[in-house]
Ligand binder design. Structure first.
Ligand code: FAD
Ligand code: NAD
Length: 453
């Protein structure tokens, strides 16, 4: 281990995507950098250890038919290797040091760190401080939830080596749907209990209905408007989840595992932000300006903890915003971020960028809209992945693409192509008339945009 100094040019708290990239960048520029991470099992942050990478690996294995216990073992090997690689990425730089311990502010320029191995408390000062501490699962106050041995979060469920027979998922967002698809493919009986009365409430109804029918066909039961009243711990390998429907009818379901996927909250526990005078919003997110500076000008907040969209690529873009303040590169701020695409990794993946049809109409656009069944794309037939629907929304007055939703094989790649076209402000005709390789899912864009007049 490298020796720890009492003072650094930059102190980064948390080993998230933005923070680790910034640590390597600043160290390369000759700054002295300390990166504090509370757990050796979290080098590299949430994405590689407990979120994007392990879940997408497990989803892919499920699609390939690899048995669950084997998949969990392979996943553990993969993330151990990535963890080491991420540690080296920062710590092997001569100007950067990874310090393993829990950081807490003592004053605006000083942080105490309780070292993970010795429990010793050390103090570090830094001219500039970057907070990148992420988010943690939000656990609703459901009676019995604390007593149950079968309640899991996304972090703990993917550590289970045995497949749960009956998985009940509380929530209907990203984690709920990705885990539902994955565990159903591994062979579990899956029920989603979603408090919202509408499935995928932000999506156009035609797209939401297409997703819902595919998940139902995969054997997943979906209860909308389900409010969980109680979890009753059982002694025979199952708990009882008691919930009521919008019509106030009480229902019960048996669960060998219960996944709580009801959102995530900023991770500021123990950080003692008040000692630095850093302000938080009503939900606890750290308030930042368009440069990601907090109200204390030498302290920045990046990644999930600053209340932006919770994606790894947003944390990386937060790095770009901060980098532009310490380099000769053009200034990049939150104001020029533009449209952010996302992909929900169900089978097939569901991806979106820009405005939905209902949003474009609410904003007063005169729209042209087209949809295309995924089955009409030859590549989808080749892949035997014919489920799904594609949709585009175009400004009828300017031919600009307003939004696109792709529920089809490879949509997590295709959506980046559409996003690039939107960013370049291409007319939709560019995507319609581009020569794509064959047979490819991209060719679907010829046909989708070709349906517009
Ligand atoms: C199950 C799941 C699946 C996901 N899938 C995707 C996906 O497919 N694609 C995608 O883009 N996003 C996905 N996300 C979201 C993505 O993981 C997060 O947006 C991203 O990891 C946030 O990174 P971050 O930079 O904010 O910090 P994080 O990576 O969360 O890092 C924060 C680090 O700070 C440490 N820390 C916290 N407090 C302290 C302290 N006081 N002292 C020292 N260290 C501290 C933590 O241990 C942690 O390692 C997923 C999330 C989950 C939960
Ligand atoms: N593919 C990806 O990029 C990906 C994958 C997973 C997670 N993520 C990120 O992680 C974040 C957190 O994911 P998430 O799924 O936990 O949150 P989410 O905000 O996506 O969904 C929360 C869901 O829980 C429901 N809910 C809330 N309280 C409830 C209750 N008491 N009972 C029943 N349902 C309840 C809501 O209606 C909603 O459907 C996401 O916002 C996303 O940014 C991204």
């Amino acid at each position: 281990m490298k020796s720890i100094h009492s003072s650094y040019d930059a102190l980064i708290i948390g080993f998230g995507k933005g923070g680790k990239t910034l640590a390597a960048y600043l160290a390369n520029q000759g700054w002295t950098v300390a990166l504090v991470e509370q757990s050796p099992l979290m080098y590299g942050g949430t994405c590689i250890n407990i979120a994007c990478i392990p879940t997408k690996f497990l989803i892919h294995n499920a699609e390939m038919g690899v048995p669950y216990p084997e998949s969990i073992g392979e996943k553990d090997q993969l993330i151990a290797a990535l963890r080491q690689r991420n540690f080296n990425l920062v710590d092997q730089s001569p100007n950067a040091t990874v310090i393993t311990g829990k950081a807490a502010f003592v004053s605006p320029h000083q942080v105490s760190v309780r070292l993970a191995d010795t429990a010793e408390e050390i103090r570090i000062e830094a001219e500039r401080i970057f907070i990148n501490t992420g988010a943690s699962p939000l656990i609703p106050a459901i009676p019995g939830i604390g007593q149950s041995q079968r309640v899991f979060t996304s972090t703990t469920l993917i550590q289970e080596t045995q497949l749960p027979n009956e998985l009940v998922i509380i929530g209907g967002g990203y984690i709920a749907l990705e885990f539902a698809g994955m565990y159903a493919q591994y062979g579990a009986t899956v029920t989603i209990l979603d408090r919202s009365t509408r499935f995928l409430p932000h999506e156009d109804r035609d797209m939401a209905d297409a997703v819902r029918s595919v998940l139902l066909a995969q054997g997943i039961r979906i209860e909308q408007g389900a409010s969980v009243d109680e979890i009753i711990p059982g002694h025979t390998g199952q708990d009882t989840v008691v919930y009521h429907t919008p019509e106030k009818e009480q229902q019960q379901i048996q669960a060998s595992a219960i996944l709580v996927a009801t959102g995530r909250q900023p991770y500021t526990e123990g950080l003692n932000l008040s000692a630095a005078g850093v302000e938080q919003d009503a939900k606890g997110y750290i308030k930042v300006n368009e440069l990601l500076q907090t109200n204390v000008p030498h302290i920045w907040a990046m990644g999930d903890v600053n209340g932006g969209p919770q994606f790894t690529y947003i944390s990386l873009d937060d790095f770009r915003i901060i980098r532009s303040q310490f380099s000769n590169l053009d200034r990049h701020t939150l104001l020029d971020r533009g449209q952010v695409a996302f992909s929900l990794f169900i089978s097939p993946p569901f991806s979106h960028v820009g405005l939905r049809e209902h949003e474009a109409q609410t904003k007063g656009y005169r729209t042209q809209v087209a949809t295309l069944p995924a089955a009409s794309i030859t590549r989808a037939q080749v892949l035997k992945e014919t489920a799904g629907l594609l949709k585009c929304v175009v400004d009828a007055d300017t031919n600009q693409i307003l939004g696109c939703t792709l529920f089809c094989a490879n949509s997590s790649e295709l959506i980046n192509l559409v996003q690039l076209a939107m960013r370049a402000r291409f007319a939709y005709t560019v995507l319609r008339d581009t020569i794509y390789t064959h047979p490819s899912m991209s060719e679907g864009l010829n046909d989708l945009f070709g349906k517009l007049k």
